[in-house]
Design a binder for this molecule. Structure first.
Ligand SMILES: NC(=O)c1ccc[n+]([C@@H]2O[C@H](COP(=O)([O-])OP(=O)(O)OC[C@H]3O[C@@H](n4cnc5c(N)ncnc54)[C@H](O)[C@@H]3O)[C@@H](O)[C@H]2O)c1
Length: 257
């Protein structure tokens, strides 16, 4: 039985990740500023994940909470730094306060989780550090300048942590495309979601459980040679434009057109 901390597991992707690990019998702890939203309707029998109120932007609070998990459970095997926020704003409307908060949560929050988990993992001789990046870190997306930059920074952190901590600790990111979660729901109407689907070759958003499956793999012994990398789970979004944008080149196999 592994000891696993997931940040931002009160909702969305983090909740699905925590439930996926708990279903295997792992001891999972949720670090989140907000209480859990309740069981996923798609998994009403999922285990209840213990919640610790932690703001990942608070460096010393993260350290104290990780130390406490290690002391209570006698180990710390996997950390998933997943908590994140976004603000939909053009570059001309960015405010210092909003940008600093985005950087504090999305970048400093991941760094705090990894920085303070790593000593425990090095001392115990093994561990896996994971985080949720985003395809927004791979290329530009209008209206998310600060968010995009923090996600690119997370992928960069992943590479350097892997270099410094290998071969004792593995480090990797899951890089989702569009996922239907409360974060996405808060910023997109149904019409906007449909528009997004048009530019995804899979023609839909991912479910949080599809992202959780990637984390499950990266944390497992099957991924023992994977470190310093991001695993992109995006329905083909970053492979290129969908055939919808190339009407003259519609596929002739009947699948799309
Ligand atoms: N939804 C998507 O399409 C999508 C795509 C790519 C990447 N992501 C990333 O996935 C992660 C999870 O997003 P989601 O869509 O599940 O969002 P969500 O809003 O459903 O869940 C985010 C969770 O993080 C928590 N949180 C926010 N700030 C926190 C803080 N300072 N400390 C601790 N917890 C905090 C929230 O309370 C919430 O429970 C984020 O890092 C996000 O950037 C999401």
């Amino acid at each position: 039985m592994r000891v696993i901390v997931v940040s931002g597991a009160s909702s969305g992707i983090g909740q699905a990740v925590a439930e996926r690990f708990a279903a295997d019998g792992d001891r999972v702890v949720n670090f989140d500023v907000a209480p859990p939203v309740g069981p996923d309707p798609a998994a009403p029998d999922a285990a209840v994940i213990p919640w610790v109120k932690v703001d990942v932007a608070d460096w010393s609070a993260v350290r104290a909470a990780l130390d406490e998990v290690h002391r209570t459970h006698g180990g710390l095997d996997v950390v998933v730094a997943n908590a994140g926020i976004s603000n939909r704003r053009g570059v001309l409307d960015l405010t210092e306060e909003d940008v600093r908060r985005t950087v504090d949560v999305n970048f400093m929050g991941v760094l705090a989780m990894w920085r303070h988990a790593a000593p425990h993992m090095v001392r115990q001789g093994h561990g896996v550090l994971l985080a949720t990046a985003s395809v927004n870190g791979l290329r530009g997306y209008p209206l998310y300048a600060d968010y995009n930059a923090t996600k690119a920074a997370v992928a960069s952190l992943c590479r350097t942590f892997a270099l410094e901590l290998s071969p004792v600790v593995r480090t990797a990111c899951v890089t989702p495309g569009a996922v239907l979660t409360p974060m996405q729901r808060a910023e997109y109407t149904d019409a906007m979601l449909a528009e997004v689907n048009e530019r995804i070759p899979s023609r839909r958003h991912a479910s949080p459980r599809e992202i959780a499956a990637a984390f499950h793999y990266l944390a497992s012994p099957e991924a023992s040679f994977v470190t310093g990398q991001e695993l992109v789970v995006d329905g083909g979004e970053t492979a290129g434009p969908t055939t919808a944008f190339f009407p003259g080149h519609a596929l002739t196999n009947g699948v799309q057109g």
